[in-house]
Design a protein around this ligand. Sequence first.
Ligand code: NCD
Length: 320
Amino acid sequence: MNSAAVQLNDKHELRHFLSIEGLRREHLERILDLADSFVGVSTRAIKKVPVLRGKTIVNLFFEPSTRTRTTFELAAKRLSADVLNISGSESAVLKGESMLDMLRNLQAMHCDMFVIRHSVSGAVHFIASQLAPGVAVINAGDGCHSHPTQAVLDLLTIRRHKRDFSTLKVVIVGDIAHSRVARSEILALRLMGVPDIRVVGPRTLIPTGIESMGVTVHDRLHEGIRDADVIIVLRLQRERMCGFLLPNEQEYFRLYGLTEATLAHAGQDVIVMHPGPINRGIEMESEVVDGKAARILEQVSYGIASRMAIMALVVGAAPT
Ligand code: NCD
């Protein structure tokens, strides 16, 4: 399905936020500027702005999530919207109702926006194409395909530390093959003009032909992270792996686990990021997770501001 056709209106404004594909750099810059202006809301005594007052937002999560679901909920509440949370295990889908019928019922309650996470790639795009025109959909992660709001919060984290994307060396380490974060991240970094994007991991966890996305592939961690400005570490997505792709976790950590010692090969002011959840001692040693280069908890904070910006824009309520 053509993302641009579904997620943009005739004036090229966002009406849904489904994937980075089909967006222009101006879209990302507009989101990042607005997100920047929302960062301070979370540290005020009264953590609210009236941007989405009177709007109703439904968080619909068919897969487990801590950070993404709660930061979407907080983002909506900080914009003064009313929020409902429905998890897959509580929904009438378990009684045999189709997902579309359930959504049509929620639509009949005059909900304005659905934030959806689903294990099937493409499911969120399909839903967006089926709903009534004024109802917005945000993709909170679909299968191995796309996780565009994670890419935006990562861009915001990078921009607040590094400013100029046009000189950056960004490295993504780990299970690229099963990661919806990696795909969205690469597309977003390319759109922002990052000239040097590298992926590092065992060949079994790197999709063949990924070079066509404009990245270089490295097998050895210390070579891949050489002089890096940003390292984004990804989790081994065991729940999506079929078959025997890895020797064992100890061996994976020995070859690809980020340690303080390996970090010495990166640039002096390198920042280390991870979308979470982290498996300490598998993709990263604890000293790095808690170390001075880590920006992992900042990513969580910026997740709220980024999601506030995206929600405000898809409803057409962004302050000018
Ligand atoms: C990611 C996801 O769900 O794709 N996490 C997240 O959204 N915070 C990455 C992961 O699960 O490893």
